[in-house]
Write a protein that binds this ligand. Structure first.
Ligand code: MRU
Length: 344
């Protein structure tokens, strides 16, 4: 039991599971090296998620689902041990709701079955992965339809095959839009401090045969003023009932800049990223990471060693700055009001 698909149609696979072994393409090493890591337990998966071996909201949810299968095989009949594994797993990163969403789906299966059944859990994990692949395709089609031919787009962070199960969220829309001739220019923010834009998005776009230009984040305002982009398109880690969006730090800046320059702002995310239980984005836990992540840039010390740092890795864009939210269920426009029917 596994998920396999064509790269042209669905993007490439960065998470592999053959029923017993879980392998992750190590995103810390890209683009220099394509190294696969084998993960043998829920704790190893939690470490891989926390250390950004695998990142991106849907991808960490899918990884957690497969990790739940590994844990069930190791725990045998020990449900309490498995539940403790799940608790540690869902705490690996706090902001993306897809992580707890996937763990809770695995928990429900165990509650309904009344026992740990690794085969049934593997089937569910593969279903979660396949659903994401299908959601990606649907969002790519829906999102690209909204974009006027000849448009330029700016994206942030990485939202492609590395961050999802399939062709991606925002990046899926962009690749589809380029292939359909709607998008004429693609720009990717480098996305400090971890450089998901320049290391990962640029690598994925080149692999998909899409010409793109990278910019330092400080150049976004000048790019918008130059008239070369009409849309900013990003993914999300969590979206509240009123459409507030938690996403990679810097997204909020882009939304404000876009509004000032009269550009449109599109957020693309599967229903598994909606969290209608939360009203305001201010209630979303924002992950703070190690200051050491911003002590180095381009291989050089970029700050005095030991400097204090404020290193939130996500921010909140209020729903009123967002023009369109695309999920696999449709294209939503303000005022946003998401409820359980639209969530996965
Ligand atoms: O810290 P990361 O790299 O996991 O942050 C990822 C993002 O912010 C993405 O934009 C988001 O998860 C959407 S991925 C389809």
């Amino acid at each position: 039991m596994s998920v396999q698909f064509s790269e042209q149609e669905h993007g490439f696979q960065a998470i592999r599971f053959d029923g017993r072994r879980l392998q992750l393409l190590d995103q810390r090493r890209l683009p220099a090296e394509e190294l696969w890591l084998e993960v043998d337990s829920a704790d190893e998966a939690a470490r891989a998620i926390a250390d950004l071996v695998v990142r991106g909201a849907p991808a960490i949810g899918i990884t957690a689902a497969y990790a739940a299968v590994l844990a069930a095989r190791q725990r045998g009949a020990d449900q309490a041990g498995w539940q403790a594994d799940m608790s540690r797993l869902e705490q690996a990163r706090p902001t993306a709701v897809n992580l707890s969403w996937a763990v809770n789906r695995m928990r429900r299966q165990v509650a309904e079955a009344g026992c740990l059944d690794p085969e049934a859990l593997a089937e569910l994990a593969v279903t979660i992965h396949r659903e994401d692949v299908a959601a990606n395709r649907r969002m790519a089609a829906l999102g690209s339809e909204v974009i006027e031919p000849g448009s330029g787009v700016l994206t942030h962070c990485n939202t492609g095959s590395l961050a999802t199960g399939g062709i991606g969220t925002a990046l899926g829309v962009i690749v589809a839009g380029v292939r359909e001739g709607r998008i004429a220019r693609v720009f990717a923010d480098e996305t400090r401090p971890w450089l998901q834009g320049s290391r990962l998005t640029a690598w994925e776009l080149a692999r998909a045969g899409v010409d793109a230009r990278i910019l330092v984040e400080g150049a976004a305002g000048a790019l918008m003023a130059s008239g070369q982009v009409q849309w900013v398109i990003t993914g999300a880690d969590r979206i509240t009932a009123r459409g507030d969006v938690a996403n990679k730090i810097g997204t909020y800046n882009l939304a404000i800049l876009a509004r000032h320059h009269g550009l449109r702002f599109m957020v693309v995310a599967p229903a598994s990223t909606l969290d209608p239980d939360l009203e305001s984005g201010q209630d979303i836990a924002i992950e703070q990471r190690d200051p050491a992540e911003i002590w180095r840039a381009a291989g050089l010390e970029s700050a005095p060693h030991g400097s204090g740092a404020w290193n939130p890795v996500f921010d909140i864009t209020p729903g009123e700055l967002v023009d369109v939210i695309v999920t696999e269920h449709g294209v939503f426009r303000p005022p946003f009001r998401f409820d359980q029917d639209q969530a996965a």
